[in-house]
Design a protein around this ligand. Structure first.
Ligand SMILES: [Zn+2]
Ligand SMILES: [Zn+2]
Ligand SMILES: [Zn+2]
Length: 256
């Protein structure tokens, strides 16, 4: 079994949005607190996170992460990357491998140059870049991943398949003509769904559901949600076909 823990399920602002007094931002339901989107995947002794946004430190503490074997990046937007510096604690003994498409890792290196070069100054993260090609399959410990290219507005970013699950956030097109073969057999789909109102670079709930049907996923979980929708309302509207994920939700998925 592979365990997935949602570290964050919010869009770039995080929910509540600073200064906002809408019903979702004011909600007392803990399911309506959405930190920046990220998941922790564990199998046997292997632990991997996808993306490290602003709350990575808080997320790692809440989830009790004590070691990491790798970090996968979907893309270089700041809500997915700016917690990178806090990977430092996981690199005392050895360099931590980070994976992503070349442009994403180049941006990570531009923003955090000290994390990618041997520095005389101690006390910096020590990361090792692993550039991925589209559709490349690679292993980290007991986990195996395939990088799935998807469109995020005009950007080609990475989704990741692992076993019978896939994590695709910030997508506006899952490019089924290119990806059908790589997504066949995905039972659990975690997919970004911003809100109901159309957005040029993110799926709406309806579009995310459509993507789930195209893939043939049996369980669909929405992530990267905005402050337009209460968790309870989304659960009522979309269950049982799909569910809004929430921070700290844990899924156990079958291996292939
Ligand atoms: Zn995002
Ligand atoms: Zn709000
Ligand atoms: Zn983005």
């Amino acid at each position: 079994m592979t365990r997935i823990e949602f570290l964050g399920t919010g869009t770039s602002h995080g929910i509540p949005v600073i200064g906002c007094s809408c019903p979702v931002c004011m909600s007392a339901d803990p399911h309506d607190k959405r930190w920046r989107s990220s998941i922790l995947i564990t199998k046997d002794d292997t632990a991997v996170v996808i993306d490290t946004g602003y709350e990575f430190r808080l997320q790692a503490l809440r989830a009790g992460i004590t070691h990491l074997d790798g970090v996968l990046y979907t893309h270089q937007h700041s809500d997915h990357m700016m917690g990178l510096d806090d990977l430092r604690v996981f690199t005392d003994e050895h360099k931590l491998p980070v994976y992503g498409f070349p442009k994403v890792l180049a941006d990570a290196e531009r923003i955090f140059p000290y994390a990618f070069h041997d520095m005389p100054y101690k006390g910096v993260p020590r990361l090792e870049k692993h550039e991925l090609k589209e559709h490349e399959t690679f292993s980290i410990g007991s986990l195996s991943f395939t990088a799935i290219p998807v469109m995020h507005g005009c950007m080609r970013i990475a989704g990741y398949r692992f076993g019978r699950a896939a994590y695709i956030t910030d997508a506006s097109d899952i490019l089924m003509e290119e990806n059908a073969g790589y997504l066949r057999g995905v039972d659990t789909l975690i997919i970004g769904a911003l809100r109901d109102k159309p957005h040029w670079s993110h799926f709406t709930f309806a579009q995310a559901l459509e993507a789930g049907r195209a893939i043939g996923a049996r369980s669909v979980y929405f992530t990267h949600m905005s402050h337009a929708t209460l968790h309870a309302e989304a659960e009522r509207r979309f269950s049982p076909e799909a569910h809004p994920a929430y921070d700290t939700l844990v899924l156990e998925v079958e291996d292939e």
